[in-house]
Design a protein around this ligand. Structure first.
Ligand code: 5AD
Ligand code: SF4
Length: 526
C-alpha cells in the first residue's frame, strides 16, 4: 500500500490503520492465531444462521437502484491486482462478473496469476461435499503466499460462507483468511475490502436475511459473445437434499423492465446470446404483484434483436403451459431445455420433496415434445439418495430410456448439514452408490452418442465462441440445441453464427467444416 492509499483509507475510517511494515504484518498473522482472537469473535460476531435462513417472511423485496462506490474508496485498488476463483454454477460465475466489476471500479486490475494478486477471492459452491473440499484445499494452498506477502488479502465468499459450520472452520483452522462475506453482501464489497485492509482481525460479514435486489451494480462480463442475465434470485422449493434455499435466500424476481433493458443493452453491444439465470428460473414472477411469469417475459424478450436466448435452471413443477406455448414460437428462443428430474421413482421424488411424480414429469415431457418437436432435453440426476433401493434406482434408468435425454449431469447424493435428508440414517453403501452411478453414466453416454450421430452429414448453425481448448487451430462453438462443434474455419468467424457441415460425430461433440454461403443454400439446416 502506498502513502496516498493509506491516507485515503485513514480519511474514511476512524479505526487506527494497521501499520503494514513487514514486521507488523507478520505479527498481524500471529495475532490472529492467539486466544484473544477467538474471544474477539465471540464478542463481536454473529455467525450465519441456517435456521434464520430458512424463514420465509412475507416482507416485500426491496429494490435498490442506488449502488455506488464511495468516492474515497474508488482509488483503493490503484496499482493493485485482483483474482477471483469461481466454483460451482453459472450464478456464481455471474456473481464473479459483478465482483470483478466492483473491484475494477475501485481501481484494481484483473490478473490470472496468484503470485501477482494483491487480493484473491474464492467464490465458493456448497452444493456437494467434494465442492467444499476443493475450496478448503485451495485455501490451504494459499497459505505460503500469504506468509510470503502478508499484504495479500484472501477472501472467501459465495455459498459456503453462508454456512455456519464453514465459517467456524475457517475461524478456527484458516486464520490467515482476511475476509469472509456472504451471497447477500456482495454490494458491500468496497467497504469490506477497506475493512480488510484496516482491520487486524478477520472481517466477517454474512447476512442470513432473505435478500434484496440491487439493480445497478457494475459488471465486468466474461467475453463479448455470450452473457448471463439474472432474472431471479433464491429458491423456496426446499428439496430435502439441497442447501441452496439456505445459502441463496428466498425467491425474488427482478422487475421485467429492468431485465428487458439489460438485454436490449446487451443486444446493442453486439452480444449474440443471453442465458436467463435463476436457481429456479420458471418460478419467475410468482413474488411480483402482477400476473406475469417466465412465459410472458420470454414472449417479450423474443422480440429483442438478439440471436439466441436460453434459460437455466427450470423446475418441472413450475413449467407451465404458457411457457411451453411461448417456447414453441421459436425464433431466438433456443430449442434447448434443461429440466432436472433428480429421480425416476415417485417414492424417492416424494422424500426429496420435489412436488411432482414420475408420471407428471413424463406428461410434462410429452407436452414439451409435442409443442417443440426439435427440443433437446437434458437433466440432472442424483443417485443414492438415502435408502434408495435398487428397484427405485432402476426406475431412474427406465425413465431415462423413456425420455431419451440428450445429456445429463449425474451426481452421487451428498449429505449437506442442516438439510432434512442429512438426518436420515442411510443404509446404502458408497460402493453401491458408485456402482449405480457408473451404470447410469453408461446409459447417459449411450444416449448422447446416439443424439450426436443424428447430425452426421447435416449442416448446423454454430455460434463460434473461440478456438478449441485442445487445438488452437480449430474453432469451437455451440449449435442451437446446445451441441459442442469443433470445426475448421477462419478466425474471423469468432463471435459469428456460421453454418458448419458435420463430418464426424463423437459422444460429447461434433466435428465439421465451415460451409461457404453458396453451398449452404442447398442443404438442410437443423
Ligand atoms: N447431493 C448431490 N447432488 C445434489 N444436487 C443438489 N444438491 C445435491 C446434493 N446434496 C444436484 C441436483 C441439482 C444440481 C445442481 O446439483 O441434481 O439439480
Ligand atoms: Fe435446490 Fe430444489 Fe431449489 Fe433446485 S429447486 S435449488 S434442487 S431446493
Amino acid at each position: 500500500m502506498n502513502e496516498k492509499q493509506r491516507k485515503e483509507l485513514n480519511q474514511v475510517n476512524p479505526v487506527d490503520p494497521v501499520e503494514k511494515s513487514e514486521q507488523d504484518n507478520l505479527s498481524r498473522i500471529k495475532e490472529k492465531t492467539s486466544d484473544d482472537f477467538m474471544k474477539y469473535f465471540e464478542a463481536t460476531y454473529e455467525p450465519p444462521n441456517m435456521k434464520k435462513a430458512k424463514k420465509r417472511l412475507k416482507k416485500e423485496v426491496q429494490y435498490h437502484d442506488d449502488f455506488e462506490i464511495p468516492e474515497e474508496l474508488a482509488t483503493i485498488g490503484e496499482g493493485r491486482k485482483f483474482l477471483i476463483r469461481t466454483y460451482g454454477c453459472q450464478m456464481n460465475e455471474h456473481d464473479t462478473e459483478v465482483m470483478s466489476g466492483i473491484l475494477t471500479e475501485m481501481g484494481f486490475e484483473a490478473t490470472t496469476e496468484t503470485k501477482e494478486a494483491d487480493i484473491i477471492l474464492l467464490n465458493t459452491c456448497a452444493i456437494r461435499e467434494n465442492a467444499e473440499n476443493k475450496v478448503f484445499g485451495e485455501i490451504g494452498h494459499l497459505k505460503p503466499l500469504k506468509m510470503e506477502n502478508p499484504d495479500l488479502i484472501i477472501g472467501v465468499c459465495g455459498c459456503m460462507s453462508q454456512e455456519e459450520s464453514v465459517v467456524n472452520k475457517i475461524l478456527k483452522k484458516y486464520q490467515y483468511v482476511d475476509l469472509i462475506f456472504g451471497t447477500h453482501n456482495i454490494h458491500r464489497l468496497p467497504q469490506l475490502v477497506q475493512n480488510a485492509y484496516l482491520s487486524k482481525e478477520m472481517v466477517v460479514e454474512v447476512w442470513s436475511k432473505e435478500g434484496d435486489i440491487i439493480e445497478n451494480m457494475p459488471k465486468r462480463r466474461h467475453g463479448k459473445i455470450k452473457a448471463w442475465v439474472n432474472i431471479m434470485y433464491g429458491c423456496d422449493k426446499f428439496c430435502t437434499y439441497c442447501i441452496v434455499p439456505y445459502t441463496r435466500g428466498k425467491e425474488r424476481s427482478r422487475r421485467p423492465e429492468d431485465i428487458i433493458q439489460e438485454i436490449r443493452h446487451l443486444a446493442a453491444q453486439g452480444y449474440k446470446e443471453v442465458t436467463l439465470l435463476g436457481q429456479n428460473v420458471n418460478a419467475y414472477g410468482k413474488d411480483l404483484d402482477i400476473d406475469y411469469g417466465l412465459g410472458d417475459l420470454m414472449d417479450e424478450i423474443r422480440k429483442i434483436d438478439i440471436p439466441r436466448v436460453k434459460f437455466t435452471t427450470s423446475h418441472p413443477r413450475d413449467f407451465d403451459d404458457r411457457l411451453i406455448e411461448v417456447l414453441a414460437k421459436g425464433g431466438n428462443l433456443m430449442p434447448y431445455i434443461h429440466l432436472p428430474v433428480q429421480s425416476g421413482s415417485s417414492d424417492i421424488l416424494r422424500v426429496m420433496a420435489r412436488r411432482y411424480t414420475r408420471e407428471s414429469y413424463l406428461e410434462l415431457v410429452r407436452k414439451i415434445k409435442e409443442a417443440i418437436p426439435n427440443a433437446a432435453l437434458t437433466t440432472d440426476i442424483i443417485v443414492g439418495f438415502p435408502n434408495e433401493t435398487n428397484e427405485q434406482f432402476e426406475e431412474t434408468i427406465s425413465l431415462y430410456h423413456e425420455v431419451g435425454f440428450e445429456g445429463a449431469y449425474t451426481f452421487i447424493y451428498s449429505p449437506r448439514e442442516g438439510t432434512p435428508s442429512a438426518r436420515i440414517d442411510d443404509k446404502i453403501s458408497m460402493d453401491e452408490k458408485k456402482e449405480r452411478l457408473q451404470r447410469l453414466n453408461a446409459v447417459v453416454n449411450e444416449y448422447s452418442r446416439k443424439a450426436m450421430e443424428k447430425y452426421d452429414g447435416k449442416t448446423v448453425k454454430v455460434l463460434v465462441e473461440g478456438t478449441s481448448k485442445k487445438n488452437a487451430k480449430v474453432l469451437a462453438g455451440y449449435t442451437e440445441r446446445g451441441k459442442l462443434v469443433n470445426f475448421e474455419g477462419p478466425k474471423s468467424a469468432i463471435g459469428e453464427i456460421v453454418e458448419v457441415k458435420i463430418t464426424n460425430t463423437k459422444t460429447w461433440s461434433l466435428n465439421g467444416k465451415i460451409v461457404e454461403k453458396a453451398a449452404s443454400e442447398q442443404v438442410e439446416v437443423i
